[in-house]
Write a protein that binds this ligand. Structure first.
Ligand code: TXA
Ligand code: MG
Length: 323
């Protein structure tokens, strides 16, 4: 079934962006909370609503390669190779920024993260507004990322929320920094290290150079409001399965749990990634006391999934107080 936004909603969305306000919109990864990337006070609104620390830079979303040229400095042939293969799509490139990009967007860094999304609603929003759109995931800082309009409406007081088809990817973009001596993966996603190496065969993986301390790199992030345990470590003793929810990718034993979310195609990591955040939201809302998610081998897309799951479960595996 096609999900469409009314003419009035589109008008509201464009008017909001053009007057420095915020709009939540679907992308193929997660929902974004967007503002005009070239308007510093609009971008400040994103940090305020998300309660996001100012040290955490935003990704700028574009619809055309010409926008990339305006927002970044000298052209890098590796960018064209990556863009030809992966854009539009779930890849963010961290590149030296032009003076057009306000400092608030990049948290004062001299680089900017740029992504060309493939979701038709995201693309249409950028085109209709006629400006690049800065957008983090549309959730309170540190919480589970949203993949549906209803996740955003329930958790965030943003006036305009565009609807759209469910994401094709479901987890955030792969973030790659290009350095003079190679490239660095700052956040894993469904575009894997192996995929990148095929496009940049001459380029080596460079040592960690990025100075940014951002959520992609914090131990705890994506935290649900209830205890989450991963199957890779022993569950706490005495848990009552009838008060628990479980997520299964490969067909682990789910007998006795009150809520069960599982892959249709056993072991399909793309399907696991598409659903993981929606399942965490569903279990968070359900009448259960805790949740369990199946850990998978951290290779390829599994690396991206385990990155999210480890961070989401971090508080509960270390006994940290939940935020
Ligand atoms: O798929 C996605 O990337 C989604 C959708 C909405 O596009 N966006 C998203 O944004 O995940 P967010 O704010 O949740 O993640 C932004 C992360 C920062 O935490 C940081 O790790 C990295 O992008 N980042 C952005 N600009 C950077 C820069 N200049 N240098 C290093 N890392 C940067
Ligand atoms: Mg996020």
């Amino acid at each position: 079934m096609a999900i469409s936004n009314t003419h009035e909603l589109w008008q509201q969305a464009v008017a909001a962006i053009q007057s420095g306000k915020l709009v939540a919109f679907p992308t193929e990864t997660v929902y974004g909370l967007g503002a005009d990337a070239l308007n510093p006070s609009a971008v400040a609104g994103i940090f305020a609503l998300k309660e996001r620390p100012s040290f955490d830079p935003l990704i700028v979303h574009i619809a055309h390669m010409e926008d990339l040229a305006r927002l970044t400095l000298e052209p890098d042939p590796r960018v064209n190779l990556l863009a030809q293969k992966f854009w539009p799509g779930p890849l963010t490139l961290v590149l030296p920024k032009s003076s057009l990009v306000p400092d608030i967007v990049t948290s004062g860094l001299n680089t900017v993260g740029i992504r060309m999304p493939s979701h038709p609603v995201a693309r249409e929003l950028i085109e209709r507004c006629g400006c690049p759109i800065a957008a983090p995931s549309a959730n309170k800082f540190g919480r589970v990322s949203p993949t549906r309009a209803e996740h955003v409406r329930k958790k965030l007081a943003v006036e305009v929320v565009l609807d759209g088809l469910a994401p094709e990817v479901g987890i955030e973009s792969t973030i790659v920094a290009l350095h003079a001596d190679g490239f660095e993966v700052l956040r894993h996603g469904v575009i894997t290290l192996e995929d990148l190496k095929q496009v940049l065969p001459e380029s080596k993986l460079s040592h960690k150079q990025s100075q940014v301390v951002a959520p992609g790199m914090l131990n705890s992030h994506y935290s649900p409001a209830k205890p989450l345990y991963l199957t890779q470590s022993p569950l706490p003793v005495g848990l009552d399965k009838s008060r628990g929810a479980v997520i299964s990718c490969t067909g682990i034993d789910t007998e006795g749990y009150k809520v069960v979310c599982k892959n249709q195609t056993l072991g399909d990591l793309r399907e696991y990634a598409v659903n993981i955040f929606a399942w965490l939201h569903q279990m968070e809302e359900a009448d259960v006391d805790y949740m369990v998610a199946e850990a998978v081998t951290p290779l390829g897309i599994g690396a991206a999934i385990m990155d999210r799951l480890r961070k989401a479960a971090y508080r509960y595996s270390t006994g940290l107080k939940n935020i």
